[in-house]
Each structure stands twice: as C-alpha cells, then as structure tokens.
Design a protein around this ligand. Structure first.
Ligand SMILES: [Zn+2]
Length: 241
C-alpha cells in the first residue's frame, strides 16, 4: 500500500487524522468474485534475467510459536471480503528463517511476532488493483510490475505479548493508510512508538528494510533475486510435500 491513498482520503474526507480502510468503496460480493475469476485468467508480467529457484516455506512450520492474523483470509480488510481462501503465511526460506531469528531475539524481552501477510499470489495483487477505483490506485501495487509480496520477499507483521498472546498497540493499526502508519510518525503514545521502533530495530538486525509509509511492512534483502509467482497457497503447500 502506498501513501497516495492517505492523501486522497484526506482530500476526499477533509479528515486530518486517521483515515480507515473503510473509505475504499465497498464492492458487492458478486463483483469481487467476478474480479477473482478474471484475475485467475490473467498472467503475471514476463521477467527476464536470472532468478533463484523459489523455496517458499510456511513460516509457522519453522516455529509454531509465531502467531498469525491473516486478515485477507477474513472480512476484516479493506475489501471486506476474504481474498485468501486460507490463513497461511509463506516466505522464501532465507526470509522465513530471518523472521524466526527476529522472533527468537524478541523473546527475552517478552515479545513474539504476529504475522499478517507474506507471499501473495500475483492474481491477488490483480484483484486489489481492479477492486480499487482508478483515482485511488496508487495505494495498491500495479500488477504489471508485481510486488515484493508476489516474490515471497515481503512480510507484514507486528509484536504480541508472549505472556498473554495479545497484539501490542502500535501508533496505528495494520492497513491504516494515514500518516500514523509512517515508521517515523511522531504521534501516538511513547509506549506505542517504542514498540514500533523495537519491531523495526529487530527486523533491521536480520537484514529487513521497513517500508517508508507502513511500519508493519518489511522487505527482505535479495528480493530482486526471486520471480513474481502466481501459485495459490494450497499449491505451494502441495509443492512442499
Ligand atoms: Zn506489505
């Protein structure tokens, strides 16, 4: 997601504080299902060059104490529709292993990692693009270019409290498209900013880079070495057996 949506929403609503994802026009289910059918018929952009072989792994198989909250598998997302049929998070193996190391590094401080999203099949990026009105499209990745999520090299995540399993409060929620989501946002409480900065430091120590406008989105190094993929979760899982 990109910052332009936040700007557009601020212009559209006159709001100066958090704009929620609810501002994206809601589409009826039959339209979303038609978009999915069309996206599944589409083809990702052709890429030339040399790429590493894909090695997508399900992160929780490496460490089951990593928690998931895959909102795209529920109605609790900006489309209000479960775009994923399964709540699973896959990443390229080096990225998945780095996430596990970050999770372990947090444990002595009483925290663990809660994952929202990882590898995203290309057709889902296409659905996002088609479901968003043209004037708001700057906040979704262009399917003609694909995204780092499509390469299995981006992860959306936050902290949870090990003792309770509760998600830690951050300066904004996940998929909040306002300035509160920026990793250098100075508002919110000191505790919220400290938690956000702890997440960032921990992920950076494992070679990830935080997104400019989303504190929860981290890109793995070497993302250029992996192709855009369009394999459904169930087929990725089958490939591992
Ligand atoms: Zn992301």
């Amino acid at each position: 997601m990109k910052s332009t949506l936040a700007i557009l929403l601020v212009v559209a609503t006159g709001a100066v504080t958090a704009c929620s994802t609810g501002h994206v026009a809601r589409l009826p289910t039959y339209k979303l299902e038609a978009l999915r059918a069309e996206a599944l018929r589409g083809l990702p952009p052709e890429e030339t060059g040399t790429f590493r072989a894909s090695d997508l792994v399900e992160v929780t198989t490496l460490d089951p104490t990593i928690l998931l909250d895959v909102r795209y598998a529920t109605r609790d997302n900006f489309l209000h529709w479960p775009v994923y049929s399964e709540a699973r998070v896959f990443l390229q193996r080096p990225a998945a292993e780095a996430v596990v190391r970050a999770h372990k590094a947090l444990q002595p401080q009483g925290y663990g990692l809660l994952l929202f999203d990882g590898y995203r099949p290309w057709y889902v990026t296409r659905i996002f693009w088609d479901a968003v009105p043209p004037e708001q499209r700057d906040f979704v990745a262009n399917p003609d270019q694909g995204s780092k999520h499509n390469r299995g090299c981006a992860v959306d995540l936050t902290l949870y409290v090990l003792a309770t399993g509760r998600e830690v409060e951050m300066p904004s929620g996940y998929d909040d498209f306002s300035e509160r989501a920026h990793p250098d946002y100075g508002g919110g409480t000191a505790a919220q900013r400290e938690a956000r900065d702890l997440l960032r430091r921990t992920m950076e120590a494992q070679g990830f880079t935080v997104d400019d406008i989303e504190w929860w989105h981290f890109d793995c190094r070497d993302w250029q070495q992996y192709r855009i993929e369009n394999v459904a979760f169930k087929d990725v899982a089958a490939r591992q057996r």
